[in-house]
Ligand binder design. Structure first.
Ligand code: NAP
Length: 315
């Protein structure tokens, strides 16, 4: 499995790439696109003046602007990298400046809601191909990004019915060039799969860290001191961006609630097994779950390091 980005492309896939939202994901995209020369020009768009300053200071784009409408003008590829709660207003704002033939994509962690928010605003001839790179960290902002974030990770495309085949192919090529493995599925299926693999685990982490913080019988200093007992790994996930995750739960409500229902039933069964001393049941489950972790490591989706260390190779 490659550990580094490949050589720069001979011919760029796109002429002008506009990235809206220049945080962890947007800035990682820009770094990789720059390194691989996948687009001739990168326009960075962000609502935060502090972020625009950092983009200039770090030299992450050819130009940076706070004006989304102006920024997307003339772009042949536009990627939304903002929290999913901001999509509808943003799509409405930029729609009239998107030229026919432009491919519009995104990186949002939820897909059904994203399509419902964007499609009503799409002008004729603009091709919408939603995408979700299943890659990230608990850090936010342009300084947190790195070019290898998407390397050997999955990127899921969820083209709506009737989406343009050439546009889908170009978005697929884009993510392949970044080193990702690309899979295509419906938005509905994506939201169900991600509810159990990402959204509910984040909710559990937020919940357990919140519960520990509220305990009266265990002190805060004990929680921190003895965190290596398992709690510490939850705190990494529970440090994830509050805005992004608030929006994920509000916009993938049905799938998350369905998975939470299943989870509650299974927790009740575990509580029962503990209460009745049914060690075999616990042992069987823990053996199955261990195999899943090993499967994830053998597929290169995690390191075997005990601290769950995240690699940050430079390209
Ligand atoms: P981030 O680091 O918080 O960056 C988001 C940036 O977008 C911020 O600078 C924010 O500015 C800006 N922004 C928000 N609304 C905007 C608007 N209407 N116009 C222009 N700029 C706007 O977020 P991120 O972690 O990169 O996440 C971005 C997207 O990627 C989300 O949809 C998320 O679901 C998805 N995603 C995230 C991860 C992950 O692990 N983080 C993984 C996969 C996918 P302010 O700070 O001023 O709001």
């Amino acid at each position: 499995m490659p550990e580094r980005l490949g050589p720069p492309a001979e011919t760029p896939l796109f002429q002008r790439l506009a990235i809206i939202g220049f945080g962890l994901i947007g800035s990682s995209l820009a770094r990789a696109v720059r390194h691989l020369r996948i687009a001739r020009e990168i326009v960075a768009i962000d609502q935060s003046p502090a972020v625009l300053e950092r983009i200039e200071a770090l030299g992450l784009a050819d130009r940076a602007t706070g004006d989304a409408r102006e920024g997307v003008t003339g772009a042949d590829f536009v990627i939304l990298c903002v929290p999913v709660g901001a999509y509808s207003a943003l799509a409405e704002c930029i729609a009239s400046n998107l030229e026919p033939g432009t491919i519009l994509s995104d990186v949002g962690s939820v897909k059904g809601s994203v399509i419902r928010q964007v499609e009503p605003h799409l002008p004729a001839g603009v091709h919408f191909v939603p995408a979700h790179p299943v890659a990230g960290t608990e850090y936010s902002g342009p300084d947190a990004g790195f070019a290898t974030l998407f390397l050997n990770r999955w990127c899921i495309l969820t083209p709506p019915d009737g989406a343009d085949a050439q546009a889908i192919e170009k978005v697929r090529q884009f993510w392949s060039a970044l080193g990702s493995n690309v899979e295509i599925m419906t938005a509905q299926h994506h939201d169900l799969v991600l509810a159990i693999t990402s959204h509910v685990p984040h909710l559990i982490a937020y919940n357990i860290v919140g519960t520990a913080a509220d305990l009266e019988t265990v002190t805060q200093s004990e929680v921190i001191k003895f965190s290596a007992g398992g709690f510490r790994d939850f705190t990494r996930i529970a440090a994830s961006d509050p805005t992004m995750w608030r929006d994920v739960f509000l916009h993938n409500k049905d799938a998350v609630l369905e998975m939470l229902g299943r989870l509650n039933e299974d927790i009740a069964l575990l509580a029962r097994a503990i209460r009745w001393g049914e060690g075999d049941k616990l042992f069987d489950l823990f053996t199955r779950t261990r195999a899943i972790r090993r499967g994830i490591i053998s597929l290169g989706q995690e390191t075997a390091e005990p601290d769950f260390g995240r690699r940050r190779e430079t390209p």
